[in-house]
Write a protein that binds this ligand. Structure first.
Ligand SMILES: NC(=O)C1=CN([C@@H]2O[C@H](COP(=O)(O)OP(=O)(O)OC[C@H]3O[C@@H](n4cnc5c(N)ncnc54)[C@H](OP(=O)(O)O)[C@@H]3O)[C@@H](O)[C@H]2O)C=CC1
Ligand SMILES: CC(C)(CO)C(=O)C(=O)O
Length: 311
């Protein structure tokens, strides 16, 4: 029988705490790297309030020093991209010869940063369609959704296909009740997610509103649609085309969503740094390198940089 994968969670926040918690609940051996709430989690464990049912894990294997963590088969990166400078110290201590690294971060550029530290051939990515927040020390609130779209990373941006290691990881996540889907073309999946994140994350901050207002108000909706079209054109140039009806589908889905504060709006409202480079800077630069300008996106990028709290 195949040995069960062992997981380390780098960043026990909304995403790492939620998915890591589900993996531990399902019986996997999970090791959590924790920062500000280390003492609390060491003593009281993790609490997850979830639309799918609340649970607590009174005993979790928590660490505040990565060099004390075991090298696990799967290392899950769940820091905000704004904290990625820390990965240079963390990853060499937790990634072993045979470890895979699964990054669950938003936006573009994260895999390349990780590849510079641990090599490209061990990297998988998961795009999370999840609404989760860390609301207190060791306390996660999962509000909605949860699907992870999983793919193989390739440094040349070509489709990585569905490998056996991706299938194995998929089985483990599903065994933990995590909904997943596999994609052959991770780069295209990232651009498709940006078709939503580029308009709605930044516009919710710039206009200080939730998603419902962005699709209801004709002027704001028009800007969102322009941003979506620019993102699709960039995908076409940098990567591969996005099917034509996808943009309209994203608008329709957003119309049906409960009024929602995207992660960037939550960060802004809390005075935390926003993931502006991952969601705007990298895509704009990738598009420019492929000969495509994103003028509306650039305008929003410049506005967001001014609004970003000094760190
Ligand atoms: N939340 C969501 O629903 C979704 C999030 N995402 C993406 O997932 C990624 C993670 O976001 P999210 O979980 O929301 O962010 P959170 O801020 O909730 O979690 C990040 C965690 O990383 C910890 N951390 C930061 N630096 C270090 C460090 N040097 N050592 C150890 N721990 C550290 C933070 O610790 P501390 O608690 O001390 O600050 C925090 O708990 C982002 O890229 C985000 O865009 C994508 C889709 C949905
Ligand atoms: C898709 C969504 C809205 C939640 O997963 C997101 O990516 C975000 O809030 O940044």
């Amino acid at each position: 029988m195949q040995k069960k994968n062992q997981f380390s969670i780098i960043g026990t926040g909304a995403v790492g705490g939620y998915y890591g918690g589900l993996l531990q609940r399902a019986g996997f051996d999970v090791h959590f790297l924790v920062r500000s709430d280390y003492k609390q989690i060491k003593t009281d464990g993790l609490r997850v309030d979830s639309v799918n049912g609340n649970f607590t894990l009174p005993d979790v294997q928590a660490y505040n020093d990565p060099s004390e963590m075991p090298t696990c088969n799967v290392v899950i990166v769940a820091l905000k991209t704004t904290a990625n400078a820390a990965l240079k110290k963390i990853l060499p201590r937790v990634v072993g010869e045979h470890s895979l690294v699964l990054t669950l971060q938003n936006g573009l550029g994260g895999e390349a940063e990780i590849a510079d530290i641990v090599g490209a051939d061990r990297i998988l990515a998961g795009l999370c369609f999840l609404c989760s927040n860390k609301i207190g020390p060791g306390h996660i609130s999962h509000l909605d959704y949860g699907m992870i779209t999983l793919g193989e990373y390739r440094a040349d941006g070509e489709p990585g296909g569905i490998s056996s290691r991706l299938n194995q990881l998929n089985k483990d996540l599903q065994a933990a009740n995590i909904p997943t889907q596999l994609v052959e073309d991770l780069a295209l999946a990232r651009w498709k997610k940006l078709v939503w994140n580029i308009p709605f994350n930044g516009m919710s901050v710039a206009c200080d509103c939730l998603t419902d207002e962005l699709v209801r108000n004709p002027e704001k909706r028009l800007i969102c649609e322009k941003l979506m079209h620019e993102t699709a054109a960039a995908s076409n140039a940098v990567c591969r085309p996005i099917e034509p009806d996808f943009l309209a589908k994203m608008i329709r889905n957003t119309e049906k969503m409960k009024p929602y504060a995207p992660s960037m709006k939550l960060d802004f409202d809390r005075g935390n740094p926003m993931e502006i480079e991952a969601i705007y800077g990298h895509p704009i630069r990738a598009a420019e390198a492929a000969g495509v300008n994103m003028p509306e996106t650039k305008k929003l990028y410049e506005k967001l940089k001014k609004l970003n709290p000094a760190v």
